[in-house]
Design a protein around this ligand. Structure first.
Ligand code: NAD
Length: 424
């Protein structure tokens, strides 16, 4: 099939590249020139396992990138809107990018027949029907039905996004009508997983409910972990015991510093804000958010108690990405920790195998080390904030004081150090 993806971030590029690798003709669109150039040269603008190889195989063959959205729509049967939907100041979602993309797609639809527009960006229930469709209709001069519309939420995890896209647990096809859904189902016919067809707003809600549930699970085990720590109980053994019950899976049951990233924080805040707007106060979700905000403070409290104060102390921050195997630092819990360390006049030296460049944008003033051991040199304390595998067995010999606070239960080599875990 001929496919266009609008936005070449984690979702758009993975969707476009994987669909191209499966034999579809794909045009990726972005407004940022250098991303488009890199994709056309077969180079990935993001770090994602397997992406480089897929781009090398498909660039300039099945996969082309452009800034010309109209051309992409004119030359495709189906297009995926994959632009960002960040939080606005009140925690609601900022629809600026998606509205702008919809206006451009609408204009192109004026001269294109049999095209289906698929919303893949995460949007609150009702957005596709009440906001995107009217924009497409206004700008195309056509009625929905003359073009198809679907809402197809994405569940990939950064770091393993290619594998998640190729081997999904499920595909949700929210459809405006049967024809629209059939077109998208046709594109996904090579996938072996359950496909659930729903209306548009149910598909939108499935995404929010899924992320809210996972975030709740993590905040739940963090709360249990915070209690366990006071009782001298290992929260990880508790989680292991819990997950022997077949109703409780072991996934997302690791106590620690909590969640960040481009999705959980904004999606939980987005659903809270949306629910309040329709007259419902979502107390559980607000507490889930509160527990998550507390975890970096608890870690800092533990470190502060060890040092007396952070003032003038050299603090090695190991891990900047919001989780391992990605360079993404959006809403990283590490950033909350660094911000507070700077407020308290610590000398911060940071290391991350992939996320240094993204962190420099936010914190140009801190020191960056090129290895974990370099960051540890002469440090008064080490804070381990991302679960990178290379942090399992570090050499702490160069530290001034070998105090290590582990926010992710990743440190295996605990010999010769004053080790303390966040919730264990
Ligand atoms: P991103 O910020 O990495 O990428 C968005 C891209 O869209 C950027 O490259 C930007 O330049 C481009 N863009 C903005 N306006 C455009 C326009 N008018 N035309 C063409 N390109 C435009 O975002 P992302 O992480 O890929 O997320 C996209 C959406 O998918 C969001 O709604 C997000 O919540 C959702 N989502 C993300 C993930 C994830 O793990 N990142 C997983 C599932 C769902």
């Amino acid at each position: 099939m001929k496919v266009a993806t609008i936005g070449t971030g984690y979702v758009g590029l993975v969707t476009g590249a994987c669909l191209a690798d499966m034999g579809n003709e794909v045009i990726c669109v972005d407004i940022v020139d250098h991303k488009v150039e890199m994709i056309n040269q077969g180079r990935s603008p993001i770090y994602e396992e397997g992406m480089q190889e897929i781009l090398k195989r498909n660039a300039q063959k099945n996969l082309k990138a452009t800034t010309d959205l109209e051309m992409a729509i004119e030359n495709s049967d189906i297009s995926f809107i994959c632009v960002g939907t960040p939080s606005d100041r009140d925690g609601g979602i900022d629809l600026r990018y998606i509205k702008s993309a919809a206006r451009s797609i609408g204009k192109a639809l004026a001269s294109v027949d049999n095209h289906t527009v698929v919303v893949k960006s995460t949007v609150v229930p009702g957005t596709t029907e009440n906001i995107i469709i009217p924009i497409l209709e206004k700008n195309s001069g056509k009625h929905v039905g003359e073009f198809g519309v679907c809402m197809n939420p994405e569940f990939l995890k950064e770091g393993v996004a290619v594998d998640d896209f190729m081997n999904p647990d499920r595909i949700i096809i929210g459809q405006y009508d049967e024809n629209s859904g059939n077109k998208l189902a046709e594109l996904y016919k090579g996938f072996y997983c359950p496909i659930l067809r729903t209306d548009l707003k149910t598909a939108e809600m499935i995404k929010y409910a899924s992320n809210s549930f996972l975030a709740t699970k993590v905040s739940f085990i963090n709360e249990i972990g915070n209690i366990c720590k006071r009782l001298g109980i290992d929260a990880y053994t508790v989680a292991e015991g819990m997950s022997l019950d077949y109703r409780i899976s072991p996934n997302f049951l690791k106590a620690g510093l909590g969640w960040g990233g481009s999705c959980f924080p904004k999606d939980i805040k987005g659903l809270i804000s949306y629910a309040k707007g329709i007259g419902y106060n979502p107390e559980l979700l607000q507490t889930v958010l509160k527990v998550n905000r507390k975890q970096p403070e608890i870690l800092l409290d533990i470190a502060r108690k060890k040092l007396g104060s952070f003032d003038g102390k050299r603090v090695a921050v190991l891990g900047l990405a919001f989780k391992a195997d990605t360079d993404d630092t959006r809403e990283s819990q590490s950033f909350h920790v660094i911000r507070q360390l700077l407020n308290e006049k610590a000398e911060v030296v940071a290391y991350d195998p992939k996320a240094e460049e993204n962190t420099k944008i936010e914190f140009p003033e801190i020191q960056y080390a090129s290895t974990a051991e370099d960051a540890l040199k002469e440090a008064d304390i080490a804070l381990i904030l991302t679960e990178w595998e290379e942090f399992q067995n570090l050499n702490y010999e160069g530290m001034k004081n070998r105090i290590v606070i582990d926010g992710r239960d990743i440190v295996k080599n605990r010999e010769g150090i004053e080790y303390e875990g966040l919730c264990w």
